[in-house]
Design a protein around this ligand. Structure first.
Ligand code: TRP
Length: 411
């Protein structure tokens, strides 16, 4: 136990000393450099593993499907125990996917969709069950801007956006943690028993005047990593879990994995994504306080066009002449970076990288392309969301078996 504590302290020190421009934890992501975060260094300081070409090939072979461009382009770039999860799958034991969202408000932006788009791809490619936690309790404890009932309502509203990503109703279970926690309380207890207050403080930076909910919550995010938290899906089986997540969530799962070790159950697998920066540039964030910082899922085509034209930070030259001479600085250019996330066509993306980088293509053209891509994504999302009824949300939240567990024998 002491060893674990020391390791965690060491990890934190490394992060703070080696990356002075960067703060990353579940409650704060601050990048004070104007550039893309150094994700290689982050891997080192967090002690996770890079996703290698060999993982990508293995996933392609196992699923017999082209891998998602988030994987091909290193947007999901890091992992813990991915091979162990794939081993379980290959051995016919299957695994399940667990991800979540803290419902902090009604409006979600395109960045919020990433873990869900990716989880949906994995669900389809591997045909495995998905569980999704809406941590209304977490936001209630940490944001405390409104009532628990209101955070629950945000949870239901966000569930509609999540469902609109295309999750299969027969293979997906969505729950609000304030409502479902009772069913996994036995596992919450085990996590709470295994973690000391001083460890929590080390990981999450809590202090004496924080409400008790902040101390209790991490176990609520950890518990869904154990298949015994979902008896209606897995019965008594012990099934491995893989958690697609933004890398800021890793501290929760580092803690989870330490406890798995103590409980002698398989450690939770993790697969981490990079962050989508705010429109104003690397080092800025997307948020509701500044509507021009992000593309929201409720934006109209006109709003999308205006935001990108006026507010997306460009790495192009100041004048046409300078641009043609020097080309665009792609390390600070937001429109190009967004295309990496949203334009699926690899050949076209490469063409833009080369032509724009050389100054042959102008910023206005790249922005135009991004406007087209995002407008399509957002309007199609809105159409799908309009079809999600309250009854469907209830159905996703119903305690029931899922029809792809147990896995079919593959031979
Ligand atoms: N803590 C996450 C947030 O604030 C929400 C969350 C709950 C989550 N469970 C999760 C995220 C599991 C990733 C994986 O958004």
């Amino acid at each position: 136990m002491q060893q674990i504590e020391q390791d965690q302290q060491k990890e934190q020190e490394i992060t703070q000393n080696e990356m002075p421009d960067l703060i990353i934890n579940p409650y704060e992501v601050v990048n004070n450099s104007k550039k893309q975060i150094d994700y290689d260094k982050l891997i080192q300081s967090f002690g996770c593993q890079r996703i290698e070409q060999s993982h990508i090939e293995r996933i392609q072979t196992l699923t017999q499907k082209p891998v998602h461009h988030y994987l091909r382009r290193g947007i999901f770039f890091s992992h813990r125990d991915l091979n162990q999860v794939l081993d379980a799958y290959e051995a016919g034991k299957g695994f399940y996917l667990y991800t979540g969202r803290g419902p902090s408000g009604d409006s979600m932006h395109v960045g919020h969709l990433m873990p869900f788009i990716f989880t949906k791809y994995l669900q389809e490619a591997f045909d495995v069950p998905v569980v999704i936690e809406l941590s209304d309790d977490e936001k209630f404890f940490h944001k405390s801007e409104t009532t628990l009932e209101e955070y629950q309502r945000y949870g239901y509203e966000n569930a509609k956006d999540i469902i609109a990503c295309g999750f299969d109703i027969n293979k997906t279970f969505i729950f609000l943690s304030s409502k479902y926690a009772g069913h996994m309380y036995h596992n919450i207890c085990k996590f709470q028993h295994a973690i000391t207050y001083s460890q929590l403080r080390g990981i999450f930076g809590l202090n004496e005047s924080d409400n008790c909910g902040k101390v209790a919550y991490p176990a609520v995010q950890a518990a869904p990593s154990l298949s015994s938290s979902f008896k209606h899906i897995f019965g008594k089986d012990e099934v491995m879990c893989l958690v697609p997540q933004g890398i800021d969530q890793d501290p929760y799962f580092r803690m989870t994995r330490d406890v798995c070790y103590k409980l002698k159950v398989p450690k939770t697998g993790c697969i981490h994504s990079q962050f989508l920066p705010g429109l104003h540039g690397f080092g800025t964030k997307m948020g509701t306080t500044d509507p021009t910082s992000a593309i929201f899922l409720t934006d109209t085509p006109k709003q999308i066009e205006e935001k990108i034209k006026k507010h997306a930070m460009s790495g192009g030259g100041m004048t046409k002449k300078e641009h043609q001479e020097k080309g665009a600085d792609l390390t600070v250019d937001v429109p190009y970076h967004y295309l990496r996330f949203f334009l699926e066509d690899d050949a076209r993306l490469e063409e833009i990288r080369v032509q724009y980088g050389k100054g042959v293509m102008m910023t206005s053209e790249v922005k135009k392309e991004l406007i087209t891509v995002l407008t399509k994504i957002v309007t199609e999302h809105q159409q799908r969301r309009a079809l999600v009824t309250d009854e469907m949300v209830e159905k996703f939240m119903e305690l029931r078996p899922l029809n792809n567990y147990p896995p079919k024998k593959n031979n």
